[in-house]
Design a protein around this ligand. Sequence first.
Ligand code: HEM
Length: 373
Amino acid sequence: MPKKLLYSDYINVKTLRESLRIPEEVPEGKDVATWPSAKKVNWKPGKTWPTEKPWCHEEVLFIRTHQAFEIWFAQIIHDLESVINEAVSIIYQNNGKIPKVELAKRLSDKNKVNGYFYEPEAKISLSWFTEENLNTWIQRLKRSVLVLKNCLPFYDNLATMTPKQFLEFRFRLDPASGFGSSQFREVELMLGLRELHESKFKPQNGVESDELPNDCLKPTEKTPMRSKMLSFVTSLPLEEIHRLARRRDFYNFRDIIYSILNAEEFEEIRANNEERVKSFATKNIETINASLILENPSISFQLFELFQSCLELDEAILIWRQYHMSFVEKMIGSRQGTGGGGIKYLNDILDPEKAKFTNQGFPTLWESRTVFM
Ligand code: HEM
């Protein structure tokens, strides 16, 4: 008879329990083999972190909270990746071209920032995507929004640890910090936040290195300390840097949405709304197209929903950052972060001026909110 699948194996509970890497303590005089909470861990004492006792009780909460976030980041990656891969392969199969949409170039051009002007080499057609494709994408994007939002109360759980209890083990975290969460970075890159990571891939005065991916620099002694700490090379294992670089170099959600916003069907939609289009003055084509859908969802309710989900994703990341930042300030005030940044770094990312270019995956969709009627 085939072996029945047990819950424990299916869910991989063993790995989850072992993922803590903190051996539970067995009281003096008690036997490891019989004490109920004692368990074997793969981690070898003294080899890698954590190297010293005592384990702090709250440290378990701290690690488990990060792990819980990472599990859900993995789910978001799973969902977003499936959408990106499906869209890219449909466009490829139809010999379409997807432009890599870079907003950073617009940093010096503040009057025209809200979109990206490009002439696609070959426009895509919306007819390539079935209703089922679009519905599935919308479902997965909406789920990712919910996941990001529903993780926020994890910070409230963590806030039951007092700032003093945190300081008892914080010294061990050097330079470990959420800054080094490659999965969070992957989510950002998938949404199109490439520009946000320029300086992390390329620290000031860095140099090329064979072991690093293309277009990624290693800090040197000339690199200022802050730029060095806030670099991927300092804060991530090599294989994760490579994974992120691959993600950076691949198409992201922004590229796909901008392709869709340039689909050939929009020519007819604009022709049918000639008077309205004239009143858009200097707006770029993507913003006009997005606004027309926003004004008339009946043109395509699915596009309306797709664009809506993209905005909600931008918003969910923003809320995540704000929630994290105020939690951090409650916990450590303006002390320097273990990753080398601290509250100032977290605050800088939220600066609304910079956010237009670096912290919004879909600026043109935001702009459409200003001009639609
Ligand atoms: C006591 C708890 C925490 C403190 C004091 C804290 C503090 C900080 C600080 C100061 C930074 C800026 C980089 C640095 O200097 O290290 C940072 C970044 C970050 N933290 Fe936390 N954090 C905490 C919990 C968490 C948790 C539970 C997560 C969930 C994964 C997380 C995820 C992140 C991420 C993703 C960044 C990078 C943000 C960015 O670069 O935009 N943090 N954290």
